[in-house]
Design a binder for this molecule. Structure first.
Ligand SMILES: [Zn+2]
Length: 311
């Protein structure tokens, strides 16, 4: 994701009314340790640079894992011509779809990027600045939470339907090259998402041991009711690392979904000192931080009565 701001983006919200479904479905416990193991497993493949063998192997892990849960998966494959090298990179988004028990509850989309950055431009040592990063927090942490949610939903079917979308190539561009970020999520949105989802939530960089999650600025502008729901859910759960004030505006995958017509927020902890450095490794992350975010998302998935009545 990119810290730089854009002055405006074209966002067309769907305006779809949301039903208020008073479901009494059991809310299963989110297991932070199991989620953290998914973070470590992804990092163990090596930097998941788009088009690389490590990225392919990591995707294979996703496929096998989701298959073991009997969750159907769709792959979106597409080519991206990298303007820095003129190479064509084969990219893949992984879309896992869980069907809910209540067709009236509708479908939501949860998204995280699985790629890691091809360069550590903020490394203190200049010799490391062209080296790919592990992306334990910037990439693997969000996916780790979504994979644990997949496990829960395979065990206890939720009322709503949920698409878990693991996108490729979020983090390709050099600073300032805004059009070279969010490549996978743009592709996902361009294939047609308007009207398909009630709302979306992107999770990115949520594994920092020293977790401090503020409302992201664009989310607050374009999808405030979902922000309200998320921060209320965190407060109700007694989670103290969700700070109820607005922080940075961040260019991230939620902008692709908003532009595509799905109101979407970004849950992101941008105060991470190891951002885009070789030090973004699992030891900077914690199971508890993953669990905090996972518990909030679990509550929202299993209790659609919390959803905003209108977006
Ligand atoms: Zn990044």
């Amino acid at each position: 994701m990119n810290r730089l701001l854009v002055s405006s983006i074209i966002v067309v919200l769907t305006g779809i009314p949301l039903s208020c479904n008073r479901s009494t479905v059991e809310v299963p416990p989110f297991n932070g340790n199991r989620s953290f193991a998914h973070l470590e497993r992804q990092v163990a493949f090596g930097p998941r640079v788009p088009g690389s063998e490590a990225a392919r192997q990591c995707r294979q892990f996703y496929y096998e894992f989701l298959d073991s849960l009997k969750i159907p998966v769709d792959s979106q494959t597409f080519d991206f011509v990298d303007p820095y090298s003129n190479q064509t990179l084969p990219l893949v988004n992984v879309v896992a779809s869980v069907e809910g028990t209540d067709p009236q509850a509708g479908r939501i989309v949860l998204m995280a990027h699985y790629d890691s950055r091809p360069r550590a431009e903020y490394a203190v040592n200049p010799k490391l600045r062209e080296t790919p990063i592990d992306g334990a927090n910037d990439g693997a942490s969000g996916v780790a939470v979504l994979l644990e949610l997949a496990t829960l939903m395979a065990e206890v079917q939720p009322p709503c339907s949920v698409d878990l979308v693991l996108v490729d190539c979020e983090d390709w561009g050099k600073p300032g090259d805004h059009e070279l970020y969010m490549i996978g999520s743009r592709e996902f949105a361009n294939r047609g998402i308007r009207g398909k989802y009630r709302f979306g939530i992107v999770v990115d960089m949520i594994g920092d041991k020293n977790q401090q999650i503020y409302r992201e600025g664009y989310s607050q502008v374009y999808c405030r009711p979902v922000n309200d729901m998320v921060w209320k859910a965190a407060a109700d759960l007694g989670i103290t690392t969700f700070y109820d004030s607005v922080g940075y505006k961040i260019l991230d995958d939620h902008l692709s979904l908003n532009t595509g017509g799905v109101p979407t927020i970004d849950i992101i902890d941008f105060d991470y000192p190891f951002w885009h450095t070789e030090m973004d490794t699992p030891d900077k992350c914690s199971a508890l931080s993953l669990e905090n975010v996972g518990r909030v998302l679990t509550k929202i998935i299993y209790d659609p009565s919390l959803w905003p009545s209108k977006l």
